[in-house]
Design a protein around this ligand. Structure first.
Ligand SMILES: [Zn+2]
Length: 398
């Protein structure tokens, strides 16, 4: 069977403001010339052209991709039915409090599944072969209050092309509230971040949806990336239309029907925010992941090596629970495979993982996994506590 695709490996920096909406891209380098560093106990692999080697060895066939997409579309339809049903039961149906609470819980899980299993794939161009269908499915983020346009810049361009690069990857930039990387400035309140950050995760998502997107528009940038002029008018209209629809569906209509809605809205959005943030953080913001301060060895021939050092998978070995975890996390439990091939539907990652692990073993490359969901959570919590500890003077000199 003919190979169908390759690992996504950005090869060169692109000028600021020249991004588009496709796959992960490189962004301009910083002025820093600090060499990449590894976490303690982690060996830095030699600079072999592992990106090309892995690309050749693990790529799926067209048939495998088509089969994975069929699974993904069935999953998306199921999630859509559950989301509409739970929203209707929560907001419209004449039911008692107990049913409304149950519906709210189901809606939280449906929204998370939309984000991890539909929106994320679609905005990577992985949901369908059709660019238009990907764009339409990507708008689910606008329906949920975000902006698919700004997400593609923040997530595809800044995060995927600069994973755990301090100063470029906005996923690890929560300053001044939290310190996620050793190279970031420590503040006295970070001593307690392992306690309060869980609450902030929910608030941060809400802030991003309600305020952050407008700040990005006003500043004409997301992180270090200037917003592109290409199609800007259309994207801005879509952003405002999405916010208006979200406002109507999530606040105005329910509030007109139920005076108690504010409490439900805050509980639902906070729950979605904290669960989504944690799912994304488990792959990169943990003890075993490397954090670097230069993007010199991040792309091109270094791409796969960098992704393997900064990204972890999450395994779940409990039968039954594993299926639920995989369903809810979309591809976020197979982040190694996702970062190597973000253009693939996430439903192919379990298959791809076996090949990636085997080839990493054969090539002597790191393939890092959390051995359970609780191990991943504990590692994230310990990392937050470690980053909250005042750095020693020796560390600041280094
Ligand atoms: Zn992604």
């Amino acid at each position: 069977m003919a190979p169908a695709t390759q690992i996504s490996a950005p090869t060169a920096a692109r000028p600021s403001g020249n991004v588009d909406d496709g796959q992960s891209r490189a962004v301009p380098s910083t002025d820093s010339d600090v060499e990449p560093s590894c976490s303690p106990g982690q060996e830095h692999q030699p600079d072999t052209d592992v990106t090309v080697a892995l690309s050749r060895l693990i790529r799926p066939t067209k048939t495998e991709i088509a089969s994975a997409r069929r699974k993904l579309h069935l999953k998306a339809a199921t999630i859509g039915v559950v989301a509409v049903s739970s929203y209707s039961m929560l907001v419209i149906a004449p039911v008692g409090v107990a049913w409304r609470v149950v519906s709210a819980v189901v809606l939280v899980f449906a929204v998370i599944a939309i984000a991890t299993g539909v929106m994320h794939d679609a905005n990577h161009g992985a949901f369908s072969r059709s660019k238009r269908i990907n764009r339409m499915a990507g708008y689910t983020l606008d329906l949920l209050g975000g902006s698919s346009w700004l997400w593609r810049i923040k997530h595809n361009t800044l995060h995927h092309a600069n994973t755990n690069v301090v100063g470029l990857d906005t996923d690890i930039d929560q300053a001044p509230f939290a310190r996620m990387a050793p190279q970031q400035q420590w503040r006295p309140w970070h001593r307690y971040q392992h306690i309060y950050v869980w609450f902030l995760y929910g608030i941060m998502t809400l802030r991003w949806f309600l305020i952050g997107d407008f700040i990005a528009l006003a500043r004409n940038r997301v992180g270090t990336q200037t917003l592109p002029d290409n199609g800007r008018g259309h994207h801005v209209v879509a952003l405002f239309a999405g916010k208006a629809v979200h406002l109507g569906l999530a606040i105005i209509i329910p509030l007109a029907l139920h005076p108690w809605w504010a409490a439900f809205y805050l509980a639902i959005t906070w729950s979605v925010g904290v669960l989504l943030a944690v799912m994304f953080q488990l792959a990169h913001c943990v003890e075993q992941a490397a954090f670097v301060t230069s993007n010199d060895h991040v792309r091109g021939q270094h791409f796969a090596d960098h992704q393997l050092r900064t990204t972890l998978d999450v395994q779940c070995r409990v039968p039954g629970v594993r299926r639920v975890v995989q369903f809810m996390m979309g591809g976020l439990d197979f982040q190694i495979e996702h970062h190597l091939a973000p253009g693939m539907p996430h439903t192919i990652y379990p298959q791809l993982a076996r090949r990636v692990r085997a080839e990493c073993d054969a090539l002597g490359l790191p393939y890092q996994c959390h051995h359970s969901l609780t191990a991943a959570l504990r590692s994230h919590a310990r990392w937050l506590e470690h980053m909250g500890t005042p750095p020693s003077p020796e560390a600041s000199v280094l």
